[in-house]
Write a protein that binds this ligand. Structure first.
Ligand code: 1HN
Length: 318
């Protein structure tokens, strides 16, 4: 039973004046905290899960990246992320749900996601979209494990409880390989890196916001969560930014560190990263990325909640 509140002999009322400050704080106050998931720690556990449960049995064999202050499904206050494994020959059966998903491919070849009949092959760095209520299944026709980072808008459905799912009658939804591999539901890494590397000599830092259709004026990848990628030249740091968005960062290539000051916190946290590491950044954190390579570039991918924050008129930045 829910805990009872009462005041002045009246049931189911509670005095606002004792909690007003907490409800209307002097600055944005996310509950989630900066958390890191080094790939060297998560990968062995994920591979172990491969001998514990099959993809078919699990439906989705995923290690969720859970924020310690909130637990599942929270990686940040608004974003869910997890690492999913499909072994050679396995199928993750077809289903559909209201929640939107995007995937960033971390390792493996010849894996696929089929979305409403389009079979999309997965390659490292690709982003694959599963829009709300589209049938989707995954498979691995290659010789090695396929691993990717899932981003979903699941936390949204804790306050808008309208998410639900349906299983397809068969493991696979009928699909056909997409001709030429091109689809609005797949954004290859090469196109993103091309954007980031434009004017490489003039800019030590670049950010690319993923948009539907690829142009700079298209819509975000969904109405809830989207993604961005960043490039940092060796030996340089990005300017510090602070936004009312939260982020799940994933290092694509290179090495470096990010310095983060969470809202209300005085202490700077230094998050060291290299390729395939993941870390969460709460809303309204001050953040700057440094690439510690001797030469070349580091590339970061990040899932963000920009679409929600913008469309609700809540975007603020410094
Ligand atoms: C889901 O459907 C997938 O389709 C991945 O691969 C992760 C986490 C929670 C709920 C549904 C997928 C998920 C999920």
């Amino acid at each position: 039973m829910a805990s009872k509140s009462s005041w002045g002999g009246c049931n189911d009322v509670s005095p606002l004046w004792t909690v007003l400050n907490k409800m209307v704080p002097p600055r944005p106050n996310p509950t989630s905290i900066v958390t890191t998931w080094p790939y060297d720690s998560v990968r062995p556990a994920l591979i172990e899960s491969g001998s514990t449960v099959s993809a078919e049995e699990a439906e989705r064999r995923v290690l969720m990246l859970t924020n310690p202050t909130l637990g599942a499904p929270y990686t940040t206050d608004t974003i869910y992320a997890g690492l999913q494994l499909i072994l050679p020959g396995e199928t993750a059966p077809a289903h559909r749900h209201v929640a939107f998903a995007l995937r960033f491919i971390v390792e493996g070849t010849d894996g696929f996601t089929a979305v409403d009949g389009q079979k999309l092959m997965m390659e490292r760095g690709d982003v694959i979209l599963t829009p709300s209520w589209t049938w989707h299944d995954h498979g691995n026709e290659g010789p090695a494990p396929m691993i990717w980072l899932d981003g979903l808008d699941l936390p949204v459905y804790r306050f808008l409880p309208v998410n639900f799912a349906e299983n397809y009658a068969h493991p696979r939804f009928p699909s056909e390989l997409v001709k030429g591999g091109k689809s609005p539901l797949k954004i290859p890494w090469a196109t993103v890196q091309q954007e980031l590397d434009a004017n490489l000599e003039d800019r030590s830092y670049a950010r690319y916001d993923y948009r539907l259709g690829g142009g700079s004026d298209g819509a975000h990848l969904s109405r809830t969560i989207s993604a961005q990628a960043e490039r940092i030249t060796a030996g340089t740091a990005s300017e510090t930014s602070q936004e009312t968005c939260s982020f799940v960062y994933h290092a694509y290539e290179g090495e470096g560190y990010s310095t983060v000051i969470a809202p209300g916190g005085e202490e700077e946290q230094v998050i060291k990263w290299k390729a395939r590491d993941t870390f969460s950044v709460p809303a309204w954190s001050s953040i700057s990325h440094t690439c510690t390579l001797q030469s070349g570039q580091a590339y970061l991918f990040a899932i963000n909640d920009r679409p929600m924050v913008e469309s609700l008129g809540l975007m603020r930045r410094n």
